[in-house]
Design a protein around this ligand. Structure first.
Ligand SMILES: [Zn+2]
Ligand SMILES: [Zn+2]
Length: 333
């Protein structure tokens, strides 16, 4: 008997950006698989870029969504971390080989065989994401979510949040007292400010002028620089230990490099669809570097830091903490 379950989602059929109803069949729940009933799903810029085929890799129909929170409704015989009724989270990764050099050092995010949890191809299925009512995944690529977390605000941590957290940690920009610039105040930038403040850092947001109040009053940034304001940018030259640049569009990075101290690091976590100009002399003249980071190390990102910061709504201040951080946010390493 075919044990595969029917599922329903919202799919893009072309690059128009429109989603429409879509029925599909889940793969049979395997021995190491869990199946979730989806409760919440965040919206990441990768979803938008993919459904519009901005990177040329859309495999229509595309059911987006890779910041997924759900309740476990089925488990395979070998599943050890979950039981039926648990709350589980799924991020960007649906499969990695678990044996290559990257996987062996817990950098599954750089596995050459990585398959994403949506718009991906596994041997026996296409992966459809969390804009759906059910999803099946190997338990290794899911994480247990503590039940006391506010679940809607936890979903964006599963890609956006953990992406910026891991970038800061892996480049050593996670220490109290360091001065961090956050460029762009969309989803990634919003969460980068929260993490950096929770980690005890000084934070300057570099964005368009309309975001000043959001950055300083709601998220608790220490200062705000308007990206196109040369006076403000000039006054902050050489003051930042690092910058996390979240802008997913072509932009000028020369002024940003100028904001860095000697040996400062510029971390790129947004993905423009065209190459940026690289100002080599600006890097050389201050011993500065540019690095990149993509999504997350599952091991450190998920399990240990599930309580980092789950408040993404603006009213979270009523939850208690300063700087818009709720009682679940923490300031640890
Ligand atoms: Zn691998
Ligand atoms: Zn994402």
């Amino acid at each position: 008997m075919d044990q595969r379950e029917k599922a329903f989602g919202w799919a893009a059929r072309d690059s128009s950006g429109l989603l429409s109803p879509f029925s599909f069949t889940l793969r049979a729940n395997g021995e190491e698989d869990i199946t979730l009933k989806v409760l919440y799903c965040g919206v990441c810029h990768t979803d938008l870029s993919t459904i519009k085929n901005e990177w040329g890799n859309a495999q229509y129909p595309v059911v987006p969504g890779h910041e997924i929170i759900g309740v476990v409704t089925d488990i395979g015989l070998k599943v050890s971390n979950f039981k039926i009724g648990d709350i589980a989270g799924i991020g960007y990764i649906a499969f990695s080989c678990l044996s290559c050099e990257n996987c062996s050092s817990n950098f599954e995010n750089y596995c050459p065989k990585l398959v994403p949890s949506f718009n991906g191809t596994l041997p026996d299925e296409t992966t459809y994401g969390g804009f759906s009512n059910k999803i099946t995944i190997n338990e290794h690529f899911s994480v247990k979510i503590p039940e006391n977390l506010p679940l809607p605000g936890t979903a964006p941590l599963l890609c956006g949040g953990i992406t910026v957290y891991c970038a800061l940690k892996n480049y050593g920009l996670n220490r109290p007292g360091l001065h961090l610039g956050v460029v762009g105040l969309g989803g990634l930038g919003h969460l980068a400010v929260k993490f950096a403040k929770a980690l005890g850092m000084k934070v300057s947001v570099v964005s368009s002028g309309g975001k000043r109040e959001e950055a300083m009053k709601i998220l608790g940034a220490d200062s705000f620089l308007v990206r196109g304001n040369s006076e403000e940018i000039k006054a902050a030259q050489g003051t930042m230990d690092g910058i996390i640049d979240t802008v997913p569009a072509v932009h000028d990075i020369v002024p940003l490099i100028g904001l860095l101290k000697t040996h400062g690091k510029l971390l790129m976590v947004g993905s423009p669809d065209k190459p940026l100009e690289l100002p080599v002399y600006s890097l050389m003249s201050g011993g500065k570097s540019i690095g990149g980071s993509m999504i997350y190390r599952r091991r450190e990102g998920y399990a240990r830091n599930a309580k980092v910061c789950c408040c993404t709504s603006y009213n979270s201040r009523s939850g208690g903490g300063a700087n818009g951080l709720c009682q679940y946010c923490y300031g640890a390493t």
